[in-house]
Design a binder for this molecule. Structure first.
Ligand SMILES: Cc1ncc(COP(=O)(O)O)c(C=O)c1O
Length: 388
């Protein structure tokens, strides 16, 4: 495992990842590349799990709490606010279960938003008679302006469910401008930070959301199957979980569950914990990823990845392809927008050159991590420009 503070130079940061077998991996928005420390922590946990008699419940509990605290450091610092869940959809379904919504009221979200932050609201609307209003933007309009205009146009908005960064092209929403307007409208703010937490700072105290969700396997550099839910203070006291698992209840020293009364919920957002996740292997891997992010620091990750995507934009421009850029993209996430008739050729050329990215909705999503250097991005632009 690399020693803390040992891998802060760009070359050393790249060496913190397992080798890529000659692939230029630009798909962190799909799945994080594997850190050596995450891999080693997973293997050690797997080995330790071979002796279940040597596992202590208290040690597992301590590991879960330590991991919760590491996640909290990327949010508002309060481990009591954080619940362990299996997916972003589970977290957002918890939000949808709890927020008040009545017939005729409106849930505002983005057209083309990731389905984990759409389906729970569609289901809740079907149950309550509320409706979805999907924000569309005019050509050239920023998503932030489109959301603000929709808030003006829809007086009955009760919930605004948004990402900080769009999953398909990396377009950033300015939550500093949006959040106060959501509050002024008397609506709840629910954020899916799956495409930004770990790569962009999250200003929870400023935004004052009701709920925040994030997967762990993208920019948090952890494994699949362990995602995170942050809940505002009110919901930590009064929220109802969508699953009733024994681990969310404080059953006292005798661990008794009487038939006539549920034991009280555990403190804070632990009431929303999903069952089956207090498992050493994913917790160990998640913890190692989060520790590496703490060591590098989110601002430093953001700056380094910003240099990469800027290099891509500059190289596109130098090749006469300014129109292929995504305006207003995040530092860590962007998309190439070749004209439709060249999309196949560009995607095939990137694949031939062993450059891995995701193709979606007519765009090629580009999502580097610290194993990528700005020079790599100039090569991406050159390959794309030459493809016919
Ligand atoms: C914005 C966003 N939210 C959520 C997810 C995944 O959600 P889930 O954990 O529900 O599969 C993704 C995966 O691509 C995503 O991009």
């Amino acid at each position: 495992m690399p020693h803390a503070h040992s891998n802060r130079s760009p070359a050393a940061a790249a060496a913190a990842f397992l080798p890529f077998d000659g692939i230029l991996y630009l798909d962190c928005a799909a799945h994080a590349p594997r850190l050596r420390s995450v891999h080693a922590a997973g293997l050690a946990a797997l080995e330790a799990g071979a002796a279940p008699w040597a596992q202590s419940f208290d040690a597992l509990e301590a590991q879960a709490e330590a991991t919760r605290s590491l996640v909290a450091r990327l949010l508002d610092g309060d481990a009591d606010a954080v619940a362990m869940v299996p997916s972003a959809a589970f977290a957002l379904s918890t939000a949808a279960r709890n927020l008040p919504l009545a017939a005729g009221e409106v849930v505002l979200l983005l057209e083309g938003q990731f389905p984990s932050n759409l389906l729970p609201w569609q289901q809740r609307c079907a149950e309550t008679g509320a409706r979805i209003a999907a924000v569309r933007r005019a050509p050239g309009q920023a998503w932030t302006d489109a959301v603000l205009a929709a808030l003006d146009a829809e007086p009955r908005v009760r919930v605004v469910a948004l990402p900080q960064v769009r999953w398909d092209d990396g377009a950033v929403l300015d939550l500093d401008r949006i959040a106060p307007r959501v509050r002024a409208a008397g609506a709840a703010l629910v954020l899916d930070l799956s495409q930004s937490l770990g790569a962009l700072p999250a200003a929870i105290a400023r935004w004052q959301p009701d709920f925040v969700a994030s997967v762990g396997y993208k920019w948090l550099l952890g494994p699949r199957g362990l995602a995170w839910l942050w809940a505002a203070p009110h919901w930590r006291d009064a929220g109802v979980a969508i699953e009733q698992h024994w681990s969310t209840r404080d059953a006292g020293d005798g661990w008794r569950f009487p038939a006539d009364a549920m034991p009280p919920s555990r403190r804070g957002a632990r009431r929303f914990d999903a069952g089956g996740l207090d498992e050493s292997l994913p917790l160990a891997m998640a913890g190692a990823g989060l520790e590496q992010i703490q060591d590098w620091g989110v601002p430093r990750i953001s700056a380094a990845l910003g240099a990469c995507t800027r290099a891509l934009d500059d190289a596109l421009e130098a090749n006469g392809l300014s129109a292929w850029k995504t305006p207003g993209h995040a530092p860590h996430l962007t998309a190439l927008r070749p004209p439709a008739e060249r999309l196949d050729a560009v995607f095939d050329a990137l694949r031939r050159e062993r450059i891995a990215c995701t193709r979606r909705h007519g765009m090629l999503r580009i999502a580097p991590h610290l194993h990528v250097a700005p020079e790599d991005m100039a090569r991406v632009a050159a390959v794309a420009a030459a493809a016919r």
